[in-house]
Every structure is written in C-alpha cells, then in structure tokens.
Design a protein around this ligand. Structure first.
Ligand code: SIN
Ligand code: MN
Length: 250
C-alpha cells in the first residue's frame, strides 16, 4: 500500500517510480520466461507479436495470460495494491505488453498519451499503466521519458503515424507539443531491473531509439477500472490490445 504522501506525489506528477520494488529473484524468474515468449509463434500460442521495421520484435502482447510468472506479476500485492488505491475500485487487465527495445534496433516511441489510443476504444480515462523494468534502462538504450504534470492537460489531439516505426502509433500533433511541452518538464526514467513505474493514462510519454548494445526490456501492465468497460465502437480493436476478458484481478 502507498502512503498518503506517495499518492499525493502520483496525483501531482502523474507518475511514481518505485525503485527496487521487485527482488532480484522475482525479476530473474520473469526474465527466465522472456526468450520463450519472444520466440513463440502467434498462431500456435495465441499471443501477438509486433515487429520493428528491421524485423526485430518490438512488443509481445498478452504474456500475462500465457506465462504463469507474468500472470503472478499482474496480481503481485506491491503492484495491485497501489493500482486499486489509485483507481479506488476493482480492476481487470486491459492489455499487457513486453516492450523489447532491442540493442541497436529498438525504435522510437513518439510522444503520446495512452488515453489518446484508448479514448477511441470507447472508455473513460480510468486506466493506468505499470511498467516493470526487466533490464537496466539508461539514457543510451532509450529509457522512457515522461512529461511531469502533463496528465492535467487532459487529452490532446493525436494523429496516426504509420511511417516512423513498424507499429501504427497514435502520436500527439507537433503543434500541440510546441504549445504545451517545455524542456524542463521532461524526465528521463532510468533504472534497474525490479524498478516499477506507475503512470496516468493521460501522462505524455515516449522514448528514443536504442543506441546501445544493451536491450531495454520491460513489461507494461495496463489496468482498467471494472466499471469502465468499453462501449461498442465502430471498428473495435482486437482482444490482444483491448481485452474482452474482464476477470477481476485478485
Ligand atoms: C509505450 O508507450 O507503450 C511504450 C514506451 C516505451 O516502451 O518506451
Ligand atoms: Mn504509451
């Protein structure tokens, strides 16, 4: 459970980084599973893999359904407790993805708010992301960058970028970035395996290309308030990104 001070810090900045939340043993058990998850085949195991333009794996969706170690992670009291405190309700898993950010090949995530995607999926903003570091995250290997306090801007206009990376990304329009984002707001989130970052669905974030010989793998778990299930929308996105499994995490 978080203290009032931690909750206040989260509300104020839109994020909170918990250093060393998981033990080396816990992170080791997760990392042991990763090669098999990366090397599997979508048709055979039902997960979904997105690739960089180079062909390297960018993200593996749904590991929390298929790997017992990641399923356990999603209900870890040190993660689930604060998530329930923040959303003040029971939650289910909206989606999960292992972002690989491979050495030299892991490509940029342009500035976006996650709710810039999810607003189109027919939900309110009552979701939050939890990023579990599986590798060291450094300035060189494309650590996540956050714009502190940007969650209070509400949802900015996003456009669909289909050319920059191998993944169709919704990104904040440059005009909005020029108006809103000041250099001193940008926080590079460096850290170590076992560190865990909690962040708001309207927090502006992105990351640069991995220029280093070290990968920057992380697991992102997204939780949704059970009372915020998606309404019917035209062209709903697939279950690997907008889960139709609404089991309460406990
Ligand atoms: C994301 O925004 O989903 C991922 C960003 C990153 O892994 O750098
Ligand atoms: Mn994101």
């Amino acid at each position: 459970m978080w203290s009032t001070q931690q909750l206040n810090e989260y509300q104020e900045n839109g994020f909170l980084l918990m250093k060393g939340l998981l033990s080396p043993r816990e992170t080791g058990a997760l990392n042991e599973q990763v090669p098999a998850l990366l090397n599997g085949n979508d048709e055979e195991d039902g997960m979904h893999r997105a690739r960089e333009k180079s062909g390297a794996i960018r993200s593996v969706f749904l590991a929390h359904r298929h790997s017992p170690a990641f399923k356990e992670l999603a209900r870890h009291p040190k993660i689930l407790g604060p998530v329930q405190q923040i959303l003040k309700n029971d939650v289910y898993i909206w989606h999960s993805k292992i972002n690989v950010k491979d050495a030299f090949e892991g490509a940029v995530w342009l500035w976006h708010q996650d709710y810039g995607y999810w607003i189109k999926d027919g939900v309110g903003p009552r979701l939050l992301s939890v990023m579990v570091f599986l590798d060291p995250s450094t300035l060189n290997n494309g650590c996540l960058m956050l714009a502190s306090g940007s969650h209070r801007w509400g949802n900015l206009p996003h456009y669909s970028d289909t050319v920059t990376t191998g993944y169709n990304q919704w990104c904040v329009e440059i005009d909005s970035l020029k108006k809103m984002l000041r250099e001193e707001m940008i926080h590079p989130i460096t850290g170590n395996p076992g560190d865990v970052l909690f962040f708001d669905s309207n927090l502006l974030h992105g990351s640069g290309h991995n220029m280093s010989p070290l990968p920057r793998k992380s697991m992102i778990l997204v939780y949704n308030d059970v009372d915020n299930k998606p309404r019917a929308v035209e062209s709903p996105r697939p279950d690997w990104v907008v889960s139709r499994q609404y089991d309460v995490v406990k």
